[in-house]
Design a protein around this ligand. Structure first.
Ligand code: ATP
Length: 250
């Protein structure tokens, strides 16, 4: 289980995340919501290691990971999606996925050649490509894919690492109307895996409503509410934050 304990970070005089204590259980998708500037991205950065806390802790299965690098946290099972820097644009789609499969297996060394020689790795790569509907794009360079296809490839790379915690930051941003349901379907499938915990930062209410088992509300860096979607959606602070979106009837 992932937990934060009084997690706090200050930038100069500004407290971006303020004493947030929260548990993220396996088998649950938790949506982190709040108005612009509430601290959602900073909270994600604290969990995945891009930012270190001023005080407080992040623990995974009881172990303090607050001072580990992002790479070390990835090895422990924290998988954060949608950082396009994860892609190798000059390699093919298949090569990208194979490298991720291999990275998990930590064989090291001449990664690509080893990966290509391994039938089992090939099968796993094919399965992942099929999961993200890129099976016909395997020979294309990652750089040649559309924005939405690149994001699907990033999901495949993330899945290849088999994290215990998946973190998605606005996963459908910039996707076409045809592409968005694909990535949401994938997240929904991951959500059904009882051994995984999923954290989702999302502004779109329809996405939150269709995927979230639990909602955590941040406001001015503080955790101001948490609970089941039906309870939390009715709170005034959430109504105010999402003014203009149809909260009552969703
Ligand atoms: N590196 C930084 N240095 C200084 N201030 C920062 C830094 N990172 C974030 N902040 C500030 O912390 C606050 C929280 O920002 P954050 O991006 O986490 O909010 P958010 O909820 O993700 O907002 P949005 O929904 O607009 O993405 C903001 O006031 C922001 O300006």
């Amino acid at each position: 289980m992932l937990e934060t304990h009084d997690l706090t970070v200050r930038f100069g005089g500004h407290t971006a995340v303020d004493a947030v204590s929260c548990r993220f259980h396996t088998g649950e998708l938790t949506a982190i919501v709040g108005p612009n500037g509430a601290g959602k991205t900073t909270f994600f950065n604290l969990v995945s290691g891009q930012v270190f806390p001023t005080s407080g802790r992040v623990t995974l299965s009881g172990a303090d990971i607050s001072r580990l690098s992002p790479a070390a946290r990835t090895r422990r099972g924290i998988g954060r999606g949608f950082q396009q820097t994860n892609l190798f644009p000059g390699l093919t789609v298949t090569e990208n996925v194979r490298l991720a499969v291999q990275a998990r297996q930590r064989k090291g060394g001449r990664l690509l050649r080893l990966a290509q020689s391994d039938k089992q790795m090939g099968r796993e790569t094919d399965a992942l490509l099929s999961d993200v509907r890129l099976e016909r794009m395997g020979r294309r360079l990652a750089a040649e894919l559309s924005h939405g296809e690149q994001r699907m490839l990033e999901v495949a790379l993330l899945m290849a690492l088999q994290p215990s915690v998946y973190m998605f930051d606005e996963p459908t941003a910039g996707m076409s109307a045809e592409e968005a349901p694909l990535v949401l379907g994938l997240i929904d499938a991951l959500r059904r895996d009882a051994s995984k915990s999923i954290l989702l930062v999302e502004h779109k209410l329809d996405v939150i409503r269709s995927l979230a088992d639990r909602i955590v509300v941040l406001h001015n860096g503080k955790l101001v509410a948490q609970g089941a979607p039906d309870e939390v959606m009715g709170l005034k602070i959430v109504q105010d934050a999402y003014m203009g979106q149809d909260l009552v009837n969703v």
